[in-house]
Design a protein around this ligand. Structure first.
Ligand SMILES: Cc1cc2nc3c(=O)[nH]c(=O)nc-3n(C[C@H](O)[C@H](O)[C@H](O)COP(=O)(O)O)c2cc1C
Length: 547
């Protein structure tokens, strides 16, 4: 093997979830907790603190709990990983073996060049198999898994969260994978919640077809698989695109699949744990309350009970959970890094919008979907800006309720900067548009059939403006060095942090400023003395008078 090939191999994503955890550990991105931690009351709240406790995003860590107990005093021999998929973009990027800046390219390349999966006979995920009546014995089946409670105090059950739910279209055989929450109900029964509306979960679309045929739907839920496979599950992909093929392209090698033991489906051979079973076509069961990613508790609704027929796993599996609910969370990071490149691609390539530079989905508390900021090159025609605003608001149902366009000097990842732009660069009567006929927020708690609307705002800079009144970059940089030398408290770098010109700036004003910083202000005074006039009102613009 040549040196280059070795480098290639190292640059590939890990082949299984435990290898990914090892890499996170080696990169200093994993915290191991060996003391007993209660999965029902302590585990999620502990990791929640790193999302709400003011820690910078890049300092968030994955957690591995090796000594998991529950409220009944039971000790589990399976560790739990939380935050290991996407506590931060850095952790997600480690899962793709790429730098953060290349995540968007990785997705766009993989979607364009899917790599079909291959079948294998013997699989790690089936080293241990439990089926039939064994699943019903007390402490067996699902009770063997250390499934944590996500929102203690509100959730009605421990939930499987980092799920890879595999189903098949009974007519075409096309496969779908989705990340759907699933509540533990009995040692051999869970309730799966799939979004049930046009554009909803792929698994729900399949279930409708089984219902039509009056046949039960086979389903397999993998927990803990190679990160590209898990990342492809919540990604918004075309329905006819096999997520395993996109995952193979992300991984740089085909995903290995194995036939399930008790259902006619295939699952990732290197998964940690697989739950196999059937969903009846005509019976639903109350599921939830469960803290949802929109930041509220989803209330009870009738969803799909799954009769578990097998639990298979590798010899020493790790259980993977994901932390969702109020954003930022693992669930908002996993979507943000993957959805933003898709929006940009949609605007640039599908709609052919000129001048669009960046799309940012707002994350803290709002949960990504409702608020979207789009950045444009200064001078982009207003018609293009509006095509993009409409495009953002229409691209995905339920996303882009508030869309705001800004210019290239405004950082769309800073809400303060966007509000600054709205405040000074938009005239609401001319630059804002309200549109009816948006679908209301989905969920049992909101009722059905509610309609909503959208607000689009063009807050781009439409004309020349005077410079931003912060000291110019070189002076702020020099002063920063001085600040550090003086040992003053550590600084963050907000945006904007230095002044810059915005078009309305003359040679005279530039000359004045340069003289002033050299201490030659009296020369400026001599010049303006020669320009004194009488007969004018105070505050008359010099440009108006002198041209
Ligand atoms: C943490 C997390 C939890 C999710 N939970 C659900 C869920 O319970 N039900 C659902 O339908 N979608 C859920 N989603 C969204 C789907 O995974 C996502 O829409 C995905 O595109 C669905 O794939 P599909 O369109 O192939 O069904 C969740 C996403 C994440 C990241």
């Amino acid at each position: 093997m040549t040196h280059d090939h070795e480098n290639d191999a190292r640059a590939r994503p890990a082949l299984d979830f435990q290898e990914h955890l090892k890499r996170l550990d080696a990169a200093g991105l994993l915290v191991r907790v060996d003391r007993p931690v209660n999965k029902d009351t302590e585990l999620h709240p502990l990791v929640r603190w790193q999302f709400i406790g003011g820690i910078p995003e890049a300092e968030r860590r994955a957690f591995l709990f090796t000594n998991v107990v529950d409220s009944k005093g039971k000790t589990y021999d399976i560790p739990v990983a939380l935050g290991a998929l996407s506590a931060s973009p850095q952790i997600y990027a480690a899962g793709l073996a790429r730098p953060v800046e290349e995540i968007g390219d990785a997705w766009n390349e993989a979607i364009a060049n899917p790599l079909p999966p291959v079948m294998v006979e013997n699989a790690m995920c089936q080293e241990v198999v439990e089926t039939g009546d064994d699943l019903k014995k007390p402490g067996h089946g699902l009770a063997r898994l250390p499934v944590p409670i996500s929102t203690p105090g509100f959730d009605a059950a421990p939930y499987l969260t980092a799920t890879l739910c595999v189903t098949k279209d009974p007519e075409t055989g096309a496969r779908n994978t989705g990340m759907y929450r699933a509540a533990l109900k009995a040692t051999d029964r869970i309730a799966v919640r799939m979004v049930a509306r046009p554009g909803g979960a792929g698994g729900w679309v399949h279930w409708l077809k089984y219902r039509e045929r009056k046949e039960p739907m086979p389903i397999a839920i993998a927990i803990g698989a190679a990160t590209p496979i898990v990342f492809a599950s919540p990604q918004k992909l075309a329905t006819d695109l096999d997520e395993f093929a996109v995952a193979g392209a992300l991984a740089g090698q085909p995903v290995e699949l194995v036939k399930c033991k008790t259902v006619p489906l295939e699952v990732p051979a290197r998964a940690e744990i697989v739950i196999e079973g059937w969903i009846e076509p005509d019976v639903l069961e109350p599921e939830a309350p469960f803290g949802e990613s929109n930041g509220y508790v989803a209330l009870e609704a009738f969803n799909m009970p799954m009769r578990v027929t097998a639990i298979t796993h590798r010899k020493n599996p790790v259980f993977n959970a994901i932390i969702s609910q109020v954003t930022p969370s693992e669930s908002s990071v996993i979507k943000k890094v993957a959805y933003e490149p898709l929006y940009l691609r949609h605007l640039k390539s599908t709609l052919g919008v000129k001048g669009v530079l960046r799309v940012v989905m707002h994350e803290p508390l709002t949960n990504l979907r409702p608020v979207i900021f789009v950045q444009f090159k200064y001078g982009t025609p207003q018609t293009e800006v509006w095509r993009a605003l409409h495009g953002c608001s229409a691209f995905v149902a339920g996303q882009g309720k508030f869309c705001v366009a800004v210019s290239d000097d405004v950082d769309p990842s800073s809400v303060d900067a966007v509000l600054w732009s709205i405040a000074y660069r938009s005239n609401p009567l001319q630059d804002a548009l309200m549109m009816p006929f948006r679908r209301g927020v989905q969920g049992a708690q909101y009722g059905s059939g509610q309609s909503d609307s959208s607000l689009l705002i063009d807050a781009t800079r439409k004309s020349l403006m005077p410079p931003l009144a912060l000291p110019a970059r070189e002076y702020m940089e020099g002063a920063r060095k001085l600040w550090d030398e003086l040992g003053l408290p550590a600084l963050k770098t907000p945006s904007p942090w230095h002044g810059y010109t915005l078009g309305k700036w003359s040679d005279t004003w530039e000359r004045f400023a340069q003289r002033a910083v050299k201490g030659d202000w009296e020369a400026n005074g001599l010049e303006t003395l020669a320009r004194q006039r009488s007969g004018l009102e105070a505050e008359t613009s010099v440009t108006k008078v002198e041209g």
